[in-house]
Design a protein around this ligand. Structure first.
Ligand SMILES: [Zn+2]
Length: 280
């Protein structure tokens, strides 16, 4: 019995080492990729109507520019990504199933270089590619979800149908609360996306570790509770990129971060929406 336990520990260790170096694959999921896209589209409309989404061309244009570079990676799949800023002094970013991504203005301000901002985006993008949001929901609602999704096979009104399960579908919902395993996977895949785009993947891990070191209170609470640390992020990414072909990675590609930070500082707050901010 004891030998079996030892064997299990050893094989578990070997498995976890292997798991670290193998590109992650999406887990069990009752949603079809089309339903991910439909759900994300509906949730995006909700975010846009309830949260202070900005319409500044400098800022959103910058996010789109970086986002497109990242989305061109084969590791970003074929999802209809979109990129918008949210006027918020809390550091956060989130991507809804299927591709809509939102980046808080404070995240832009907090980045030491463009690669760090690109890192957050590549990480969020990876949650979309690996379908972590709908995977998480599939695990939690495995009894009722298949019938609900079958009833919505035509792809209309998934958000409302799922809402009837009593699941909170606001922006801080189950769709955005990831496990530590999902975090490690998003780091791994995010590093591959960054490497393809030419950004230094280690900057992604450095930014996360910088945020983690500041503690999970105040302006970081939501972000760190949605993205719990898998630990040793910099070390993991360093090990990962050793296996990639050598490349001259950049910390900055567009040269626009400073001017966009300036635009953030001078941004007029968008009018307060009628609905309460679901992130609060
Ligand atoms: Zn994450």
């Amino acid at each position: 019995m004891r030998r079996l336990a030892v064997l299990l520990v050893i094989s578990g260790t070997i498995w976890s080492i292997c798991a670290e170096i193998k590109p992650p694959k999406p887990g069990m999921n009752f949603f079809s990729p089309q339903q991910d896209i439909q759900l994300g589209k509906e949730a995006k409309a909700q975010v846009e109507s309830q949260m202070p989404v900005i319409h500044d061309n400098n800022i959103n244009g910058y996010l789109v520019q970086i986002g497109k570079k990242l989305a061109a990676s084969p590791h970003a799949g074929d999802w209809p990504f979109s990129f918008e800023g949210i006027y918020d002094k809390n550091i956060n970013a989130f991507a809804l199933p299927g591709g809509p991504m939102f980046v808080n203005t404070a995240t832009i301000t907090a980045a030491d270089n463009e690669a760090q901002l690109a890192g957050v985006m590549a990480h969020e993008m990876s949650h979309v590619v690996l379908r972590h949001g709908t995977h998480q929901m599939s695990k939690q609602q495995f009894v009722q979800l298949p019938a609900i999704l079958a009833g919505n096979a035509m792809g209309n009104g998934i958000l409302g149908a799922i809402g009837k399960l009593g699941v909170n579908l606001a922006a801080n919902s189950v769709l955005l609360k990831y496990s530590r395993d999902a975090e490690a996977q998003a780091d791994y895949n995010g590093a591959l996306i960054m490497a393809d785009a030419g950004y230094n993947p280690v900057e992604m891990a450095r930014f996360f570790e910088k945020l983690e070191s500041k503690g999970s209170e105040g302006r970081l609470a939501q972000f760190l509770s949605d993205h719990p640390t898998p630990g040793n992020r910099v070390k993991s990414v360093e090990q990962e990129i050793q296996q990639l072909p050598q490349k001259d990675y950049k910390e900055d590609i567009t040269g626009q971060l400073a001017s966009v930070k300036n635009a953030v500082q001078h941004l007029t707050p968008p009018p307060v929406k009628k609905q309460p901010n679901p992130q609060q």
